[in-house]
Ligand binder design. Sequence first.
Ligand code: ATP
Ligand code: MG
Length: 409
Amino acid sequence: MLYSQFFTKTERQAPSDEVSINAKLLIQAGYVDKLMAGVYSLLPLGLRVYKKIEQIIREEMDAIGGQELVMPSLQPKENWEKTGRWTAMDDLYQLKVDDKEYAIGPTHEEVIAPIAKRYISSYKDLPKYAYQFQTKFRNEKRAKSGVMRGREFSMKDLYSFHADQADLDNFYEKAIVAYKNVFKRCGIGNLTYLTYASGGTFSKYSHEFQTLTRAGEDLIYICEQCKVAINKEILDDLKSKCPVCGGNILREEKAVEVGNIFKLGTKYTEPFDLFYTDKDGNKKLVIMGCYGIGLTRLMGAVVEVSSDDKGIIWPEAVAPFKVNLISLNKDAEAEKIYKDLRSAGIEVLYDDRSEVSAGEKFADSDLIGCPWRVVVSGKTLAENAVEVKQRSKEKCEIIKINDLIKTLR
Ligand code: ATP
Ligand code: MG
């Protein structure tokens, strides 16, 4: 991608109406645009990051048997009345047009359960797993955490359908492993804790995945030994003891919930009469689980934990481009390197702007935060070399052009 033709530009200053680091940096660097409180556009740079996160999640969900679909946001009131959530869910957006009422989907149990009913009638039809990447709408009271708490945001939600508890339990453990893989691959694995939380209707607890950051709105308590945590909301319930080893929970940390998995049991299959017939001919309710990850929240969380006073420091797997190539008045040579890197399958943002100073190009490069910066200047070209710097490190290296692709790989 040529910087001179980019749809967006960086801004000199972070927006003054945002308090969170993620919103400040993402807006200043041109990743997102705020339309109103809690509602953001993903600009071309932001969409590139989003797509990388999406693909990582897709691969992990496919690996545990998930099948992708997409469900609508506009949903009939009747489905929400069936489950009682038309009145019970206080952040539900409700819409009335021509005397007809609709819910604007904050989650999709009310849609997937009736779909599943069409295809599940026998034990032979179970288990089944479906997931989507979809825009959710929630009337969040506070929207001060930037893209980490949107009123419109994107979520991966997977729903599983089982014949019995043991089968759900078995899949649930696989989902935990898949979730750990997702967060590890997105570069926040070491900061993300499996956290026991309330909200299980079928089991005693649900499990959250909480990423440590001062920007988080949750308080969690970590067991250093087991590397698990408990959410403050159930701390008293557990008498401040680790649910795994029974030891004392010591460290209190602020964290953001990037994922949440639940054993739903029959909470949503009952209102929709989602039964199956077992081997002996008995009619039984299907058992459900649900598994969410907030993609835009995850993107914001990565920025919160991986940035400095100059800008974002993207982990390689989710960076918009691997390399930010900068030409300092050596356009012909830089152009050749740009083409060679691209032929080698390396994603490059090439800063080919001619009217912009070296200082500004470096500042933009730090702000945008690609993992590698490659500078083409007369000084190093004399030695057939370029200057290479990793965004996460201080040191620059002089690398021969012939060795560049090898170094970047
Ligand atoms: P929170 O307690 O933080 O409001 P939640 O418990 O309501 O979140 P879930 O219903 O469990 O959220 O949604 C699944 C996932 O979707 C969450 O783990 C989170 O990653 C993401 N998510 C939830 N609400 C938002 C939001 N307002 N903006 C962005 N992502 C969100
Ligand atoms: Mg939750």
